[in-house]
Design a protein around this ligand. Sequence first.
Ligand code: SAM
Length: 278
Amino acid sequence: MSGLWFTEKQTEHFGITMKIKQTLHTEQTDFQYLEMVDTEQWGNMLLLDGMVMTTVKDEFVYHEMVAHVPLFTHPNPEKVLVVGGGDGGVIREILKHPSVKKAVLVDIDEKVIEYSKKFLPQIASKLDDPRVEVQVGDGFMHIAESNDEYDVIMVDSTEPVGPAVQLFTKGFYAGIAKALKEDGLFVAQTDNPWFKADLIRSVHKDVKEIFPITRLYTANIPTYPSGLWTFTIGSKKHDPLKAEKDKMKEIDTKYYTADIHFASFVLPRFLEKLTSGE
Ligand code: SAM
């Protein structure tokens, strides 16, 4: 294979590889190694510590599914928090909901925000919207200092390595419960079942011990490890499977639909087993 190729080793024995047109920026930030590259197949792509974070060609799947499933589950989401999400994609989707008056984004690394604005303008397009408040800081600390504050919280963090390790702990989920209003709910990206089954199982168990409604849903994200991605939702009162179907039709999306909302919770048996404590 001639030319320059980027390979993400998703396990010791398996990975994906893609042809690079050019490297746009690389920098060791205070928290992670940041790379912005232009790829033949997927356009501009953000890597952190050698892991694919987002690409301009397939980003809509993840960002729509993190945002619209919880926002159509809550009857009237007004104040929303994103932990991580410095590329701005989830914020862009949140602002499609007119009920949202304020969206707070807390990302620990300002360089992700800076270079996403520069090289991923379609994704970071709404970070300067008047309804958005961008904070540079540790999401774990922000949650610890928040009480009865948010209708919906979305954890759009890197994998449980480095600064994100603490964002996958039971203590963090207990903090989220405290930061949510009495009928609030949260969603966290919880990786893939092929290589991270133990993570999905342990997060589900922790969340289930804190929230009365706990569910797992999936989406297909070709540039993420294995392509089968999961999201864990914890809700104090509103069940995503009882969301109002009519409201879902009003929104401009490329992946999320009312049918996808409900179908994404239908799990293959090996995934059901991860959530049933087996
Ligand atoms: N969609 C991607 C995924 O599923 O892996 C995540 C993309 S987003 C760029 C991940 C963000 O989490 C990064 O910008 C990183 O700086 C941020 N992050 C990691 N640990 C954090 C923490 N403790 N507090 C706030 N942000 C954090």
